[in-house]
Design a protein around this ligand. Structure first.
Ligand SMILES: [Fe+2]
Ligand SMILES: [Fe+2]
Length: 211
């Protein structure tokens, strides 16, 4: 794909700064990020979305995944994020928001599409744009995750057939059903996002839900 097809700044310095942090992460996590970046490149080509923004977002999305829960809560507070009830009960949900804040505060990235992609890559959120949608999917359909969880095959196939929003809808539905049936807490933002996608698909979005 011709990178000039997208009117974009050069993010190579920012990606370099992120990559210098990636080497401190556990090897398995580094491998996941690498595989997701490859999936992200495929999806950008299929969906004609800016590959550099998606690559940067995927490179940064799990910078705080391996951070200790107590430290994550403290880091979120330091960076100005007020954890809600569900995030306090499961601080790992904060690893996306904290990475998004790091990107803005220290990573030199203020591109809203990239920051939202990183921030919402775990719960998703209403009105996430194309960069966030492909970042979300590339994370979820890492080939190792698909192997471990065969229900992800359908999500992957939809994403690779150019139906990204339906793929996200399928994923969110299955995730919510699974969490609720297992007596696990689900983040309300995930249900809001699923409702938003469904209302959009049904042509009922305007004025129906606050974003
Ligand atoms: Fe993550
Ligand atoms: Fe991830």
């Amino acid at each position: 794909m011709n990178p000039r097809a997208f009117d974009q700044p050069d993010f190579s310095a920012e990606i370099e700064a992120i990559e210098s942090r990636l080497t401190d992460l556990p090897e398995g996590l580094q491998a996941h990020i690498h595989r997701s970046r490859e999936v992200g490149a495929d999806l950008c080509e299929i969906h004609a979305v800016d590959p550099e923004r998606v690559d940067l977002a995927i490179a940064a999305h799990d910078l705080y995944w391996a951070t200790d829960p107590e430290e994550l809560l403290a880091e979120a507070g330091r960076r100005g994020w007020e954890p809600d009830l569900v995030e306090r009960s499961d601080p790992q949900l904060l690893h996306g928001p904290v990475a998004g804040l790091w990107l803005m505060q220290e990573g030199g990235v203020d591109d809203p599409a990239i920051v939202e992609a990183v921030t919402w890559h775990t719960t998703y959120a209403p009105s996430v744009g194309p960069v966030g949608t492909l970042t979300f999917l590339a994370d979820k359909i890492d080939p190792q995750k698909v192997l471990a969880h065969p229900w992800l095959e359908e999500v992957r196939d939809l994403a690779y057939r150019g139906r990204a929003e339906i793929a996200v809808e399928q994923y969110l539905e299955k995730l919510l059903v699974q969490l609720i049936s297992e007596d696990t807490v689900a983040h309300p933002r995930t249900l809001e996002a699923l409702n938003y996608l469904r209302l959009g698909r049904q042509g009922l979005l305007q004025g129906s839900i606050s974003t």
